[in-house]
Design a protein around this ligand. Sequence first.
Ligand code: TC6
Length: 725
Amino acid sequence: MAQYARGSAVAVIRLRNPPVNALSRAVLQALEDGLKKADADPSVKAVMICGENGKFSAGADIRGFSAPKRLGGALGPVVSLIESSEKPVVAAIEGVALGGGLEVALGCHYRIAHVKARMGLPEVTLGLLPGAEGTQRLPRLIGVPAALDMITTGKHIPATEALKLGLVDEIVEENTIEAAIRLANKVIGQPLGPRRLSLKPVPKVPNMEAFLDEALAKVKRQARGCLAPELCFQAVRAATQSPFADGVRRERELFQVLLSSGQAQALQYAFFAERAVRRWATPGGASWSSAAPQPVRRAAVIGLGTMGRGIVTSLVKANIPLVALEQDLENLNKGRKAVMFLLEREAMKMEGGAQVLDFHNPARLQFTVDFDLLRDVDLVIEAVFENMALKKEIFHKLSKICKPGALLCTNTSALNIDEIASATNRPQQVIGTHFFSPAHVMRLLEIIYGRHTSPTAIATAMQLATALKKVGVVVGNCFGFVGNRMMFPYVQQAVFLLEEGSRPDAVDQALEDFGFKIGPFRMSDLAGLDVGWRSRKDQGLTGPSLPAGTPARQRRGQRYSPLPDLLCEHGRFGQKTGKGWYLYEKAGGRTATPDPWLLNFLSQYRDTHGIQTRFIDQEEILERCLFSLINEGFAILAEGIASGPEHLDVIYINGYGWPKHRGGPMFYASTVGLPRVLAKLQKYSEAHPDVPGLQPSAFLKKLAAVGNPPLKEWMSYLSQQSSKL
Ligand code: TC6
């Protein structure tokens, strides 16, 4: 709602809809009523609009976009009504003014903001555009380049930057409401014409057309198949070409296109999914609502390889004092140098820089080879390489040295948490924290509970994720957990497609066109083929422990491709050796070009194994890679490894480059339709009966059989008995 109150000559309209004063239909109605009341009251000389509880407004109520009576067109007329008021209207911006919230403020004649407020038009991140005339008013206020930047990226800007851009008239450090009322009193009687943004011309940019062409090229490059950025651009371009009213008409048309696009639905689903996963639960009954985290005042990181360095950087940025430990001085010095380099670079991006991060202060970041310094830390993150024996040795040592309450985390991408925990005297405090590389950049933190992990440990790891500005997703313990377990069949299919006739660049291209940031072969070259090779050797799938006489393309009765192993045997580890699935300009190079050697090698391989080369189209590439990944997702849900499809989607969007505008793999499956996914899997599995990843999971079959229910109902079809714990 919006609350109307009149004190002296200034009427106050307070937007009120906890927790973020989202603009629902009811709020808009009350805002409109308040404006009309103020207009009709001769004793009111000015109006001030603010938000309840120190937040102006986070914009239109996102749930309203899918409501039967859609919110879409309701806000623009209210913003116009504000602007056309004959009495000055002042916006008092505290907390956030986002999306429709900022558009309301743009309708006001004056804007005053608290120094800590943030503003932005993030509609583009929800697959929309600022459809309440924001694409027409903002360029008139702050110019086309700055407006385009805000509208096409959706970034939130701090009040200080808003002041520099001219988005707000004033910023204050104390009481914003009082300052706004003072301003409102001061401007009573002043002409409003110059303050109405719709009447202002769009400021000229020298050579506007060339500027816009360049801007469009940039937007397209970054959009990767997402519609909204380009339509945002078109709406702003309309502001440069047409009078205000025509620009608004164009904005409305474009808004409707986006509103009815599947992309907007996917992105809005992703917004709520990210919030839903904070409310974690385990099949054992532990949950966010009853578990309390323990404080982490000091932490430790063991191992300063690629992952450890990123994790240390992340902790320093989160202001958590820590000890960084390596096994010997040589590795410590190497690690320290690399961490300092990362931190210097991060500091350069921040206001206040190195001083704020304070990483030269040993009380905040201490490097050591001495395990004894871990005695008083509250949390340890072990990040040594993926070797069970080594990890167990370290955990055994930790359980002897660390104080009784300390949480012991292992950064692993696949290993069994219970086995690691068995090396300690406190398995309830052992938990998996799977970071993604580079760990100071990637948002995902997969949090894996073992059989004995306590709810407090899970809550503490989730709190750590929040402190590190990451999305924590709680999952159960199985080989590869959720992310990598779903990735295995996907990568497997990609390699099988090469065996059957495709090429790395064709497979990568199909998946990149779908929207992945990087295809599986480019990814594998980047990560290093040797990583998987080592793991397969440990599993006895290749290398010296493979029993003599094992067929080249079969393991444990299933189809197996030795191609990645063969590449490694040829010293092709990917970017680091200058060749892998592609050729690079040099060792460590990043520009991938198709390698004639590899294509020749593939053709010889097919001859050796009597494989008939066939043309494989894009549709088959996508279906086999994506549907096998999704199929594994259904198996994961059925086993109770994750408590809902949102978890899988949040993991894939934030850790595996899944295109957000497609909502994540499980959401995507729901848009394709489960009967279709099932039928395709059945077809491919008949053609490849020795590939278990293509055999449809029982849960997928069940959901298809009960009539393809909406994603939010899926979990209700799982019987309790099927959960793992
Ligand atoms: C628009 O305005 C379009 C206009 C065009 C013409 C019509 N609606 O993120 P938090 C909920 S589009 C509904 O956990 P924070 C959120 O789901 C909109 N609900 O808190 C959560 O609910 P839960 C453009 C919303 O402090 C709770 O509020 N605006 C909305 O970490 C708390 O949120 C945006 O894109 C909403 N608009 O961050 C802004 N916003 O507790 C979207 C939040 O039941 N919002 N909720 O899970 C944000 O970016 C952040 O929520 C935040 C607060 C920065 C405002």
